[in-house]
Design a protein. Sequence first.
Lengths: 924, 96
Amino acid sequence: MSLKSPPPGDSDGDEISVVIRALRTADLRLEELTSGEVDTISDREGRSFVLQRAQSQLRAAEAAKLAAIINALPAYIAVLDAAGRVLSTNEMWERLTAGNALHGPAYGVGNNYLEKCDEARGPDTLEAYRAASGIRSVLSGVQDRFSMQYPCDLPSGRHWFLLTATPLGADHPRGAVIMHVDITDQKHSEAALRRFAAAMDATADALFLVDRSSMRYIHVNEAACRIQAQTRTGLLASSPARVLGVSEKELAETYDRLIRSGVDAGPVEIPRRRSDGSTGCFELRRHAHPSGDSWTIVSILRDVTDRKEAETRIGQLNRVHAMLSGINALIVRVRDRDELFSEACRIATDEGGFKMMWIGLVDPARQKIVPMASVGVRKEFMEEIRDNFTLQEGTVGGPTMTARAVREAKPCVANNLEIGADVLFRKEHLAAGIRSMAVLPLIIAGTVVGVVALYAYEIEFFHSGEMKLLSGLTGDIAFAIDHIEKQERLDYLAYYDVLTGLANRALFLERTAQYIRGAASGRRKLALFLIDLERFKNINDSLGRAAGDLLLKQVAAWLTQVVGDANILARVDADHFGIVLPDLKSVRDVMRLLKKTMLAFLSHPFKLNDAVFRIAAKVGVAMFPDDGTDADTLFRHAESALKRAKLSGDKYLFYSQNMSELVAGRLTLENQLRLALERKEFALFYQPKMNLVSGEITGAEALLRWNDPATGLVSPNRIIPILEETGLMHDVGRWALNEAVDTHRRWRLVGLKSVCIAVNVSAMQLRNRGFVAEIRQAIGDDPVTAAGLELEITESLIMEDIRASIGSLRAIRALGVRIAIDDFGTGFSSLSYLARLPVHTLKIDRSFVIGMGAGPQGLALVSTIINLAHSMNMNVVAEGVETEEQARLLRLLNCDEIQGYWFGHPVPSDVFEAKYLGTTALRE
Amino acid sequence: MTRRSIYKFRLYVADDTMNSAQAAANLQTLCKTRLAGRYEIEVVDVFKEPQRAILEGIRMTPTLLRLAPLPIRRIIGTLVDTQRVLETLGLDTKVL
């Protein structure tokens, strides 16, 4: 670039030429002359003379550019001189610290690269020799380029390098550039590519890679070649359009649609010939993949024939399973054979997806099948079976499947009706869409009792898996038939005591549970009794088991009678009976039954071998809900109560102590009342009745009192319900009647004013057929005595059974005894009946007398009752008069008589005599 | 000269040597500030086109020619003395 010789001067640039000439050797001077603002000066030939400063700047810039380029290259670069010495290296070369045989710090500037290679030892020796000889051939001009690949194990793993040696210029001895490029990634992708191809070949799916622009195969795998029955070369040479048998345009459009849609196509199932010639089911997916400017279409073809078949099989097995579970549930539930058959057929078609099913039973006498149930079967087919089918051999049409199934006691299958022969109505079945069928025998205890015939839409339906399930099913159906036949007997055995015919423990508990549900919903109580026959074991031991059984039968029959309802009674154990009392209104109900059974046991004679036995019983009682809320708990608690009763002297015990005490208290009272009659502890008190007009004492009401030796007088409210319940009222009532009659007689005899005595009549007495006779006996056909007696009967008692009441009252009246309606207004009297009642007196209930003071309505009510009674010729007595005001009002209302504390409390007969009968009209 | 007249310059440089590069930069700045929108600059590298430089009588770089408006003016150097350059090119503030 610099000039060697000075140019000759010219007119334009003389001074410059001079300057150049003058300063050729002194750059600095030139710089000064141009104030340092000029870079070059040219001679007249155009040759530029670059001033030194610009020159060095240019060189530096050039070198910097080159260095930048070389440093920016992703390679290890060194410049060697002709001898192989390293002249310069790029930054990467210098940076490499780990080093290896062929480049690195050991090969720095100044070292001879070739010598270093020659000296290399170790695993890389061979590569180093190869490199050295290659580079030498370049330096010596034998080759104008050398390259080799070599591996190098770096800390980050194995790397691959490409070494190239390029001469520095055309004149070889000047040197060479050597460059190491890391080609590991490239190597990896090559390996990946090879692996990918291998993987593609290994997969069973056929893969076709098609280039959209050329519409040619890029790659096909082995499976693709296999499916197409072509070599890879052959297939690659062909085109997808030709292989698929479509036009290229058509296929290109398909590909373009796929590319546009942006999603993968498929899977689409398509039928195709398989390599073995059979037709199979294939699944095709397509995927478009961008590849440079074009698209690669990846088509994947998978043979899913086996999978489809497996799916079908699983589907079929599932259907059979569904049918099985349906029918098994049916078997558990069903109690009727016809229902079993028809429901089973329905389930087979609904759940099992069978076209039809029928069940027939074998009639061994006629060698026929009796169709029992069918679903989906045409009528004429079933008629044919019923009328013309026979199990005998050698009949028209040959041995049918059904006949074979019965004879061989084995399932018979026709898996393809298109080629089956021994099937009745084969053509009709085919027309109905049936392709396979099976007939399975129903076997009970080794005997074929019937057949189940199943018809499927599918060809080849009845494979071993299905048949295994179906055989199990027919086994279950056969068992169910057998079971249903035995069911009634089993039911009986399961729930009844064979000896006594009573419910057994299981049924008793079941019924109790049922009663508990009822009691719980009605918030009622319930009692469970367990009765133990006390001497039963002795009888069994001494008289023998047969006698024991006989006794148990008698007890069972007798208990049924006592309890009145066999449904609440059970024999729960060898010598234990159970009674459940549902719907208790009060403890009294429990009491009543307890007393009844205990007494009944004691008094009832059982006969064994012409001898009479009396049997004592012990009872354990548990109450719902107090002692338990379920049948088992109640039963257990009754058992434990019974156990305690057996150990103790008690005849019975409740599970809860309180209950036992409560009952015991009541029973004590009962016993005391029973004794009270004998001990003459009952007494009659008399309360006076006064005529409102005359102010005279006109009568007395006899009221029962019990003089308890321990506690004194006991209120009638406490004892009367017990007397009624226990039936003691019969005796006490009779005593009261006689006592009253006697009193009246005595008054007459001693010359006292013989006022009429009213005696209360209880329900029990009124209903007693012998009541009228009792009265007659008491008055002893004495009309005077009869006239001195009045019977007070409550309105509600009369109305309970009005017809019976009228009869009894008439008979009583016929005796000359007066009758009063007590507590009038508290019952629901019908006026029409009231008029017909043979009654003398009407007693207004105390509540109306109290109500009189409350207002005009109360007064009007009493006035109405009085007028009503008078209109029917009845005498009116107002009860419960306690004040003078009440007496005054009643007088105003024309009431005939009054009774009440205002003028007279109930008092013993001697007090009454002294107070009211000694003189006339006496007031307190 | 009118305000509309287009200024045409031709700058002769020697690659990107220091003074040439400075001259080019100074010319650019000057044109942008004083002649926005009405100037054209042609750069000639004497290394690349030595014959052209000779034919056009250029013997030193950097050299700037004002080709239009006429007459042609010539300045050698880095164009660092702005006032002198403006005067030489007829672009002093008074005129503008």
